[in-house]
Design a protein around this ligand. Structure first.
Ligand code: F0G
Length: 460
């Protein structure tokens, strides 16, 4: 049993939350057509919908906000951000943008076009969307261990190197525009990628003349896992590990709403290709604004400069990943299945195992998410067949490899007692699991349906 690593901070400002009664929650979720995105956040007790942009900024960051330099050009806050980012990533060129997908919008068309392919250990939804908007196709290539939620494997987020080589042969190296390494691998359960795997992926890319791109949203959490689990890294600092990770890539995009602990912001990094960076700037100006602010206020740049450094603090990461491990230990003791070992930003409950009587087309991951809300006012999200949607060619429901319910934990927001509430709710749900029925969709839009679809419970 791992010991809870106490919060390495004290709380100066609080935001009240309220608990509705079970009857009130039943009414609210019905009125939201059983879609968790339709709930008012005021009606949620513990919000685990995402860890993105939901973290609590520190007193240092808030004082940085007050010092933000709002100049259109040559802002002091811009310089502070560039210095902070260069210190961590050791890249020559850094460009701020307003969030991760904005960075993808700027960079993808420079690497991809019709007839091209992007190969990734797993594309996040928006990354995939920008690959496709650029006219290319996205191929996922994660190691097979990721699909087995029970067996232990330290780096379930890794790229499947033999398959990567085969894919390059099959599609032709001239057609692979980019190889994307997502750290941590969000869609596989927040699973880390090892340095060795990043190095091998980069070697394969170099042999074939392909650009290596890191999707860096959770690079600090990934570095922490490397420190804890990879041979030879125990004595290295998080920054040293991060710098080595990024040294194998040519370019990165980053949603800074996660590991830089800010509410809005993103980054693009280019290691040393000045010509490529000129193209990045040329796209940034019309899409995001002038290069010295990139869609952000001076105060946001300042908060990001500080947050980047706080995000790689070893005590913060020990507490942060410790929260997931605390949850995981308790769930394991209670026999509640999840993607194991636990990931960096979330616990991915295995709804397929907890609700085996609910078929994929009645959405076990979504069903469990609704139950958690009804049971204790906890908001989570389906990462499974409900999110996957329908095959665009046949209109048939896609069967997802996983039926996960993701409990994403915001940074520095909830305490150990909140985590206990989550575990208690799951224990109660497990006891009555076989009485729980699935859902059917009564209305859905054509794309990204999970945000707005309407559902109803199936009565048995
Ligand atoms: N890449 C990864 C791996 C992500 O997890 C996200 C966002 C993005 C890119 C896009 O960044 O939101 O700043 O535009 N993930 C959030 C989530 C939304 O809930 O996992 P963004």
């Amino acid at each position: 049993m791992s010991k809870y690593f106490a919060e390495p901070f004290k709380i100066k400002m609080v935001e009240p939350i309220r608990v509705l009664t079970r009857e009130e929650r039943e009414e609210k979720i019905k009125a939201a057509n059983y879609n968790l995105f339709g709930l008012d956040s005021d009606d949620v007790y513990i919000d685990l919908l995402t860890d993105s942009g939901t973290g609590a900024m520190s007193s240092e960051q808030w004082s940085g906000v007050m010092k933000g330099d709002e100049a259109y050009s040559g802002s002091r806050s811009y310089k502070n951000l560039i210095n902070s980012a260069k210190d961590i990533f050791a890249y020559e060129y850094i460009q701020p943008v307003h969030q991760g997908r904005a960075a993808e919008k700027v960079v993808m068309p420079l690497l991809l076009g019709p007839g091209k392919y992007a190969i990734s250990n797993m594309h996040f939804d928006t990354t995939r969307a920008h690959v496709e908007i650029a006219g290319a196709r996205a191929i996922d290539c994660v190691v097979p261990e990721a699909l087995d939620t029970v067996s232990y494997s330290p780096f379930k987020g890794n790229m499947d190197i033999p398959r990567l080589k085969e894919l390059i042969k099959e599609y032709g190296k001239e057609n692979i525009g980019v190889i994307i390494i997502t750290v941590t691998n969000n869609s596989a359960g927040g699973q880390p990628v090892s340095i060795e795997n990043i190095r091998q992926t980069a070697e394969v890319a170099r042999e074939n003349g392909i650009t290596v791109y890191i999707d860096a949203a959770r690079f600090a959490e990934n570095s922490y896992f490397i420190k804890m689990r990879e041979k030879g890294y125990a004595d290295k600092s998080i920054k040293e590990i991060a710098r080595e990770m990024f040294s194998y890539a040519d370019v990165f995009t980053m949603s800074a709403k996660k590991d830089a602990i800010i509410n809005m912001g993103g980054l693009i990094g280019v290691k040393n290709d000045g010509e490529f960076f000129e193209s990045v700037k040329a796209n940034t100006i019309p899409f995001e604004g002038f290069i010295s602010y990139g869609g952000l206020s001076g105060r946001d740049l300042e908060a990001m400069a500080i947050g980047l450094q706080e995000g790689v603090d070893i005590n913060f990461l020990r507490y942060r990943i410790g929260q997931m491990e605390y949850l995981a230990d308790k769930l394991e003791k209670e026999g509640i299945p999840f993607q194991s070992p636990v990931g960096g930003h979330a616990v991915f409950l295995d709804a397929k195992k907890l609700l085996p009587h609910i078929p994929y087309y009645e959405f076990p991951g979504h069903t469990l998410a609704v139950e958690l809300y009804k049971e204790a006012g906890i908001r989570s999200v389906d990462i499974g067949s409900y999110m996957m949607g329908n095959n665009p060619d046949t209109g048939e429901q896609i069967e997802s490899e996983f039926e996960f319910t993701r409990l994403a934990v915001p940074r520095r927001v909830y305490t150990q007692s909140h985590l206990d509430v989550i575990v208690e709710a799951l224990i109660a749900i497990k006891k009555r699991a076989d009485e729980i029925t699935g859902y059917r969709i009564t209305w859905e839009p054509k794309i990204l349906r999970h945000f707005t679809a309407k559902l109803e419970p199936i009565k048995k």
